[in-house]
Write a protein that binds this ligand. Sequence first.
Ligand code: ATP
Length: 233
Amino acid sequence: MLTVNGINVYYGAIHAIKDVSFHVDEGEIVTLIGANGAGKTTILHTISGLLRAKTGEIKFQNQSINKIEPHEILKMGIAHVPEGRRIFAQMTVLENLQMGAYTRNNKEETNNMIEMVFEKFPRLKERINQLAGTMSGGEQQMLAIGRALMSKPKLLLMDEPSMGLAPILVQEIFNIIQEINAAGTTILLVEQNANMALSIANRAYVLETGKVVLEGNAKELLGNENVRKAYLG
Ligand code: ATP
């Protein structure tokens, strides 16, 4: 479904992503793990079109997307749940969800999608008219995920959804990720919480200073001595 082939990404003179290749097949949960600054966020931004690869290619459903505008990439079926959630703090829950459907102009479909999100996240329904910025971190993460689902993505890019959440909420968010996957959405998950990410993923890639240093079956990596030492504490 997604093929990333030898991409190189720079911030000015800084070579942040070095010849990275990986793929995500339809129906999978694939995780990119690695320490702070390894390049995980940069890779997701490059897939979404917010950053550009200098060389290399990204293909989604056999179509090259490296030169396509971010809103077109969203329309093609790739939605992004950004790091730190980035919900619209001064808008209500409902308005945030409506923003997530901006690539569609069918009101009935938008309302159906909002109902679907409320079924998955009853807590958001209770807070439908609350300003998003006044909600807890976990609720904001649910809203960020709900907003991304509004575009009915085929592939969901998730950047550190567990960041800053209490352990019980982390578990809830990871359960939700599995449910979304089971309902047919493919997931590329970036996490520092390697333990949790590997426990729900099919496959994983380990990044170090902008390079893929290890890849494999997630369960196998969970049992890998070097991975345990470096990332699982
Ligand atoms: P984190 O979990 O902290 O977000 P990450 O693995 O997602 O880490 P990136 O944020 O992608 O890592 O950063 C990869 C590298 O690129 C780091 O060396 C970082 O310092 C550098 N970098 C990231 N953003 C910029 C920027 N806007 N300008 C210059 N360098 C940047």
